[in-house]
Design a protein. Structure first.
Length: 258
């Protein structure tokens, strides 16, 4: 039985297609019409699996725009779906950290991937991956360059501003002062991950800790977070951005079994 999980985030929309195992996935920008983004991403993911929309027997949506997905049978919270997806991929997980476009979530995970408790930082884009996007633009770099470059730094610079707008100005000032971009990038990673670490410590660090979301693709950020927490961070064996959508698809599979 074919099911779909749609995670409509504030920045990106992710869809996973399953029939007991993950068949395909697709990621696109959400834009200003989350329902259309969800449908387009679903069609793309189905095409990769040589399927059509009529093949989908059940769909669960999640994410900031998940309630706007008209074709979904049910909506579930991101916390539930992230925990479910991470547990399916790494059954030893006890703490899930989701660093998405505009928010960071720390979730304490119990038996069968159930949510025990959580902490959120969703007040400002400086708490999520959007911070990296803005500052990568300021440095005229691609996002996937930030991680490897930051790991070459011997003298990370301090990025004092916690607001994305002010931090961008701060980065531009450092560039104009002739500071090494490698040290600036390392400072950006430290700025983000120090706030993430505070959120996780407030929740309580329980190993294994699994990092998901777009920030998990930044190897420098992963390394920096490990340093702040004093634990080894696990990353999932798939695209870390699709874990919420995967969890939604798993819940859809469960719904068909009832």
């Amino acid at each position: 039985m074919i099911v779909a999980g749609c995670d409509v985030g504030s920045v990106m929309t992710k869809v996973v297609i399953m029939n007991g195992e993950s068949l395909s996935h697709h990621i696109i920008e959400t834009g200003f019409k989350p329902d259309i983004a969800a449908k387009n991403a679903t069609d793309k993911a189905l095409a990769k699996a040589a399927l059509s929309f009529d093949d989908v027997k059940y769909c669960i949506s999640t994410g900031d725009g998940g309630k706007n997905v008209s074709f979904a049978n049910k909506y579930l919270s991101q916390l539930q779906c992230l925990s479910k997806g991470a547990y399916w991929l790494i059954p030893s997980v006890k703490t899930v950290v989701d660093a998405g476009g505009n928010a960071t979530r720390a979730i304490s995970v119990g038996k069968d991937g159930r949510v025990l408790s959580y902490r959120l930082n969703d007040k400002c884009a400086a708490g999520g991956g959007r911070f990296f996007e803005v500052l990568a633009d300021a440095l005229e770099l691609k996002l996937d360059e930030l991680g490897p470059l930051s790991q070459r730094s011997k003298n990370p610079l301090e990025i004092a501003s916690q607001c994305t707008v002010f931090a961008e100005s701060e980065v531009i000032s450092l560039i104009n002062e002739g500071k090494d971009p490698v040290d600036i990038i390392a400072g950006i990673n430290r700025s983000i991950t120090s706030r993430m670490a505070s959120l996780i410590r407030d929740l309580g660090v329980r190993k294994d800790v699994v990092l998901v979301g777009g920030v998990a693709k930044n190897s420098g950020a992963v390394q920096s977070l490990e340093g702040y927490l004093g634990v080894s961070i696990k990353t999932v064996p798939t695209d870390p951005q699709i874990v919420g959508a995967l969890g939604a698809a798993l819940f859809a599979m469960d719904a068909l079994k009832k």
